[in-house]
Design a protein around this ligand. Structure first.
Ligand code: 5GP
Ligand code: ZN
Length: 113
């Protein structure tokens, strides 16, 4: 069982921000910024390396990219935002269905990169 597959399937509720046939964007349950949305491909990939390993995955990454302006529009993050992907244990990935955090809504005070 996969938590985000269950959210995609509607078995677990989420607050949807944007959806099409390829991707779902929903609010993070534990927001770290005023705007904190997760974008996931509807098809399961474990992480970004798994996505990079197939043409299907590369296509799905393009679908995620196309969803970003829609999420920005829907949330009002147009003054700036970060896109974060945590890949595997050392990066702190806790849900093993690839997802991209969209964080915004105020100025970042920390710059680690
Ligand atoms: P990661 O640490 O894997 O990059 O991010 C996982 C994110 O999923 C966390 O920010 C966490 O708050 C969020 N999350 C975990 N469980 C749920 C859930 O059931 N619903 C929603 N909307 N977000 C979740
Ligand atoms: Zn999944």
């Amino acid at each position: 069982m996969c938590l985000f597959c269950d959210i995609v399937a509607g078995k677990i509720p989420s607050t949807k921000v944007f959806e099409n046939d390829k991707v779902l964007a929903f609010k993070d349950i534990n927001p770290q910024m005023p705007i904190h949305v997760l974008i996931v491909p509807k098809k399961h990939f474990d992480d970004i390396l798994d996505m990079a390993a197939s043409d299907e995955g590369k296509e799905a990454l393009g679908d995620v990219l196309e969803a970003i302006p829609e999420v920005v529009k829907a949330t009002g993050a147009d003054e700036g935002f970060r896109v974060i992907n945590n890949c595997k244990e050392y990066a702190g990935q806790t849900v093993m269905h690839v997802h991209f955090h969209i964080l915004g809504g105020k100025k970042f005070t920390e710059h680690i990169v």
